[in-house]
Design a binder for this molecule. Structure first.
Ligand code: S3P
Length: 451
């Protein structure tokens, strides 16, 4: 038997390091919004007719969703100009996939698709990379079981996991026990092929891309917000979705990385065109402004039923702030890069209510603490809060950070290396392609030194 290694260059880690840059300047369009891209492909694949999607994020995560929708019978094609044409199968028309659906690193793809499968008379098996296989799925299994779907997974409902959908589901009313747009969306997508009204009650509002985009595709969705902020979403099942032309805004979660680097490098000024400014996604920018950031929203407009603007970001002296727990859902993916900004700010920043960070692509709660400490920043945990004690200048840097298959940890620490005295290295940046293909050339085009 041969003992030769079968490892290809694709399987090898790709290390990178960021060195301090002089300043950032210029204009750069960050890729399309990941949350909206997943949803645009799914809803197009359920519509009757042909939808066209422009500005789609062509990152690994979204391409997995495209492959899964193809495996369930929809037709999805990309033109050379980057326009995606999706011919849908109609609500209730999903076919049983002939093979395992490998969702890679994509929690959103996996959880939302489980919602769709739950109310179709098909069985699908989901798997993913080591990160996705470690993430909790019980949070979607619980409500989707109420539709009559059956699940067989590993301990904690972890992937690989099989879902057998129910051919005759009845609607569910579900109150979210955790503030999660993925769970909300999984329930609403299960409700699409369920007669009657499916209701999701969210004590704290989460990103509403599912509601906005499904409305654009012709679904009947009613949202009410009580005086205490509790949000109730009612979806009438079995609509006929009409095809839609969707222009996906640039991803605010991706814009966060060049924006924070520009804020921290004196003399910088950059323009990030066409960024989504949905208030349920814009908590980081609100927080940065409270810290003293000069961020202007120019040319405000709408795309795909979402508010959009060009962001002009100028270098600013930042000060520490207290970030309330209620804001966490509107900036849940941005804490790693906010922590980097806080480490460079003057004074302490307390980021409250971060329990959910422990179950993201990696344990981001721990990664923020250990990564910042390794770079010489003063940082501590207090229950579910993280405190960063900024010294009014960047920490020293000079560490190698393990990305642990987490794109946002990799990018956040490359931003730190872009402003710190000594370089910051990442052991493997391949995960960056899940949400931000072209991150390194985009940053270097603005003046960063990453390689
Ligand atoms: C997402 C919701 C968030 C976020 C993820 C994308 C979505 O996850 O972290 O990157 O598209 O609905 P949770 O719903 O688990 O908070």
């Amino acid at each position: 038997m041969s003992t030769e290694s079968t490892t290809s260059s694709r399987d090898l880690p790709l290390p990178a390091a960021a060195r301090r840059a002089a300043r950032l300047a210029g204009s750069a369009r960050v890729p399309g919004d990941k949350s909206i891209s997943h949803r645009a492909l799914m809803f197009g694949a359920l519509a009757v007719g042909e939808s066209r999607i422009t500005g789609l994020l062509e990152g690994e995560d979204v391409l997995r969703t495209a492959a899964a929708m193809r495996a369930m019978g929809a037709s999805l094609e990309r033109s050379d100009a980057g326009v995606w044409t999706v011919r849908g199968v109609g609500i209730g028309g999903l076919a049983e996939p002939a093979d395992v659906l490998d969702m890679g690193n994509a929690g959103t793809g996996a959880r939302l698709l489980m919602g769709l499968v739950a109310t179709h008379p098909i069985t699908a098996v989901f798997t993913g990379d080591a990160s996705l296989r470690s993430r909790p799925m019980a949070r979607v299994i619980a409500p989707l079981s109420q539709f009559g779907a059956e699940f067989l997974g590993r301990e904690g409902g972890r992937l690989p996991l099989a879902v057998r959908g129910n051919a005759a589901p009845t609607p569910v009313t579900y109150t979210l026990p955790v503030a999660s747009a993925q769970v909300k969306s999984a329930v609403l997508l299960a409700g699409l092929n369920t007669p009657g009204v499916t209701t999701v009650i969210e004590p704290v509002a989460t990103r509403d891309h599912t509601e906005r985009l499904l409305t654009g595709f012709g679904a009947d969705i009613a949202v009410s917000i009580a005086a205490d902020g509790v949000r109730t979403v009612r979806l009438t099942g079995q609509p006929e979705l009409r095809p839609c032309d969707v222009m996906v805004p640039a991803d605010a979660s991706s814009a966060a990385f060049p924006a924070v680097a520009a804020l921290l490098l004196p003399g910088s000024e950059i323009l990030l065109p066409g960024v989504g400014t949905n208030p349920l996604r814009f908590g980081l920018f609100q927080t940065l402004r409270e810290m003293g950031a000069d961020i202007a929203l120019e040319n405000q407009r709408a795309a795909a039923g979402e508010p959009v603007a060009d962001l002009r970001v100028r270098a600013s002296a930042l000060k520490g702030v207290d970030v309330p727990a209620a804001r966490a859902p509107s900036m849940i993916d941005e804490y790693p890069v906010l922590a980097v900004a806080a480490a460079c700010a003057e004074g302490s920043t307390r980021m409250r209510g971060l329990a959910e960070l422990r179950v993201k692509e990696s344990d981001r709660f721990t990664a923020i603490l250990s990564g910042l400490a390794a770079c010489g920043a003063a940082v501590e945990a207090d229950g579910d809060d993280i405190l960063v004690h900024g010294a009014g200048r960047p920490p020293a840097g000079g560490a190698t950070i393990a990305a642990n298959l987490d794109h946002r940890i990799a990018m956040a620490f490359l931003v730190l290396g872009t402003v710190s005295e000594k370089p910051v290295a990442i052991d493997d940046i391949r995960s960056v392609d899940t949400s931000f293909p072209g991150f390194v050339p985009l940053m270097n085009g603005l003046g960063a030194d990453i390689g």
